[in-house]
Design a protein around this ligand. Structure first.
Ligand code: SF4
Ligand code: SF4
Ligand code: SF4
Length: 255
């Protein structure tokens, strides 16, 4: 049901969480003060982190979904959210690329559960992690871990203005150069993931003299072989290189 047909009501929004640290939800609900007025333009009828009550059923004009799908019931829930939402955006590296929860994709489920839960009763309820787009159509990706203000605002404003969102799709290097940083990769030989990482953080780490470790995830058209070659020239082992490229994108690179 379209919501820009002369209706006066606010767009209905829901924020949903699957397996993750909930950092994206915290970021939106508590840390992005400058988005307060934009958020007030919505009627958040479901946002468990912000309100103890809420109507899970929808319908929603906008569904924001964070986290990785790691249990069968989450896949069912995600499909239900999709059916009840006009627009669905994946929020954060966990939802878009697998993020930290997807690290377990490299091992056997039961062995990993035993390592995590030690002597507790083993209940094999989890499954191989999946990104949201493995199960449902995703209308846009709000990248980051957690996302920055610019793309969060773009997600909300796109709904208010009834237009396609324009999310950031260039590398951290662009933001880094705009800040006037000295390049850690070229000048100091540090293994910076900036050239292949989607921007949005404002080149936070290089600005603090730390190599980017790609928490915003790999760009869709990243030149991965070129940066791997560069890292080999710097003396990194194959294992060290692989770890850098799979820390937040373990699923995408295994496909
Ligand atoms: S993307 Fe990062 S901040 Fe967001 S839920 Fe996943 S781990 Fe937490
Ligand atoms: S320091 Fe890293 S992010 Fe900055 S320009 Fe160099 S490679 Fe790119
Ligand atoms: S510089 Fe890289 S690791 Fe640091 S916040 Fe930005 S994307 Fe994440």
């Amino acid at each position: 049901m379209p919501f820009f047909s002369g209706e006066k009501r606010k767009p209905r929004a829901g924020f949903f969480k699957f397996s993750c640290c909930t950092g994206c939800g915290f970021e939106l609900a508590y840390f992005q003060r400058s988005l307060e007025d934009t958020l007030k333009s919505f009627d958040f009828t479901f946002f468990r982190l912000a309100y103890s009550s809420g109507a899970l059923e929808g319908p929603f004009d906008l569904a924001l979904v964070e986290g990785t799908v790691t249990e069968p019931h989450q896949a069912v829930e995600l499909k239900r959210i999709r059916e009840n939402s006009a627009v669905l955006y994946a929020v954060g590296s966990c939802a878009i690329a697998g993020g930290i929860p997807a690290i377990k994709a490299g091992g056997r489920e039961l062995e990993i559960e035993k390592r995590v839960y030690q002597k507790k009763l083993y209940r094999l309820t989890s499954m191989r992690p999946s990104v949201l787009s493995d199960y449902v159509k995703v209308d846009g990706c709000v990248r980051g871990c957690p996302p920055g203000r610019r793309d969060l605002e773009e997600a909300l404003v796109s709904i208010l203005l009834h237009r396609r969102p324009e999310f950031i799709e260039y590398s951290v290097c662009v933001e880094c150069k705009l800040r006037g940083n000295i390049c850690l990769l070229v000048d100091e030989g540090l293994p910076c993931m900036g050239p292949v990482t989607n921007a949005g953080c404002g080149a936070l780490c290089p600005a603090c003299h730390r190599a980017c470790y790609s928490c915003f995830g790999l760009m869709s058209r990243a030149n991965i072989p070129a940066l791997k070659n560069k890292f080999r020239e710097l003396g990194l082992s194959g294992e060290e290189i692989e770890r850098r490229f799979t820390l937040f994108d373990a699923l995408r690179l295994k496909k």
